[in-house]
Design a binder for this molecule. Structure first.
Ligand code: GDD
Ligand code: MN
Length: 376
């Protein structure tokens, strides 16, 4: 058959009571002028869903413009993974993803295709915009779903009202070259984060809880959801987020600081072994060596600055030493004024050391290595 215009991905696990009704209803909903490929992705359902679809195919009258493919996977390996495998198999220019349990009404498909043709890159069938609703869910499910959507919107900066939807459509070339990991139930959420700038349209519909069979959404899906939000937060679109970069640079800066203690100690000890060295001179060498190694590590590793022009490097080095000393002075000042002001020494010391350490990082970040305080 020539390329179908639309591929409809139907993941199934124990949907023997629903899948044929689903296929029938889809076929009725798609206009005859549109050629379609239904792809059932079955995870070796114990209730024989995969086999039932194969039999149905065999008994089906061949008609131009409509095919059913079945992908048999060896074992239950998650909804997201099944959807991605279906997408990989799809030949249609447009792809529709939906559940196979009659919760997603097929008569919405033409509206999604229409939205896609006219004004967007991803068309989402939505329960949470005007005109959309949920029929038959207990309060517990509603709360979980609402909470998950709110977190996705707040934490990941997604604007769609129903990022948890399992019913959506897009053009196949939209996901070419995008690496989706398909953890858990949330393929749409992953697409919304990773394909920044995609135009989204939401089409309202009524989600009807399944009449037959049972839901596979459980603790596992919730744990997967949390993992997925964590990973997508770190991913944050095309580039890591400012907060992540800031913290990872701070972590590197203080790791370098800790390594400085070792260098200082080792060099001081080494030169004390030499008879001609006075131990305080050996100490000075240790200090100088640790400052220098700290500087070089921060330049190349923490701030990834590979420009070793002599003048630039010397100026940076001077600033680095200067801010280090300023930090020491700040620490002394804070400890002195706090202790004199009646604070206990341990508390004052902690305040002094922390302030010095933080200002040291920030001053060097901004003035020695020329980055923005927060981003960069
Ligand atoms: N192949 C395969 N493998 N299919 C699976 C698997 C799996 O491991 N797990 C679930 N499915 C299929 C089911 O057979 C069904 O067709 C569809 O995926 C959705 O699973 P349900 O178990 O019916 O999910 P739900 O109704 O509780 O959850 C619905 O609401 C969520 C939003 O709150 C679904 O629409 C989800 O997609 C949606 O995210
Ligand atoms: Mn369902």
């Amino acid at each position: 058959m020539a390329r179908p215009q639309v591929s409809i991905i139907l993941p199934t696990y124990n949907e023997s009571q629903n899948i044929l009704e689903m296929l029938r209803s889809i076929r009725e909903s798609i206009p005859h002028s549109v050629s379609a490929q239904a792809i059932v992705v079955d995870d070796n359902s114990p209730d024989g869903t995969g086999r039932i679809v194969e039999e149905h195919k065999r008994g089906m009258k061949q008609v131009a413009g409509y095919t059913i493919d079945v992908i048999h996977r060896r074992a239950k390996a998650g909804l997201g993974a099944a959807i991605l495998q279906g997408i990989g198999h799809a030949r249609g220019e447009t792809i529709v993803v939906m559940d196979s349990d009659m919760s997603h009404p097929p008569h919405i498909i033409p509206k999604l295709l229409d939205a896609l043709r006219h004004r967007c890159d991803i068309a989402v069938a939505s329960r949470y915009i005007r005109g959309g609703r949920i029929d038959g869910w207990p309060a517990r499910r509603k709360i979980i779903s609402w909470g998950a959507s709110t977190i996705a919107r707040r934490v990941l900066g997604i604007t769609a009202r129903d990022p948890m939807s399992g019913f959506f459509a897009f053009r196949r070339n939209l996901v070419e070259g995008v690496s989706l990991d398909g953890i858990g139930f949330k393929v749409l959420m992953e697409m919304l984060v990773k394909i920044r700038g995609a135009r989204i349209t939401e089409v309202p519909y009524t989600f009807r809880d399944r009449r037959l069979g049972s839901s596979k959404m459980g603790g596992r899906a919730i744990a997967d959801y949390c993992r997925s939000v964590g990973r997508l937060y770190l991913h944050g679109g095309a580039e890591p987020r400012d907060s992540v970069r800031f913290l990872s640079k701070a972590a590197r800066f203080y790791t370098v600081g800790a390594s400085g203690f070792l260098v200082n100690y080792a060099i001081s000890l080494l030169f004390t072994q030499m008879p001609q060295f006075w131990y305080l001179h050996a100490n000075l060498l240790g200090i100088a060596a640790s400052i220098t190694s700290n500087f070089l590590l921060n330049k190349t590793w923490t701030f990834q600055d590979r420009d070793f022009g002599a003048r630039r490097t010397l100026i940076q080095y001077a600033k680095f030493v200067g801010f280090g000393s300023a930090g020491a002075a700040v620490q002394l000042g804070i400890v002195y004024s706090m202790v004199e002001g009646g604070w206990s020494y341990p508390v004052s010391l902690a305040a002094g050391v922390l302030t010095a350490a933080l200002s040291n990082f920030l001053l060097n970040k901004k003035w020695t290595f020329g980055e923005k305080l927060w981003g960069g």
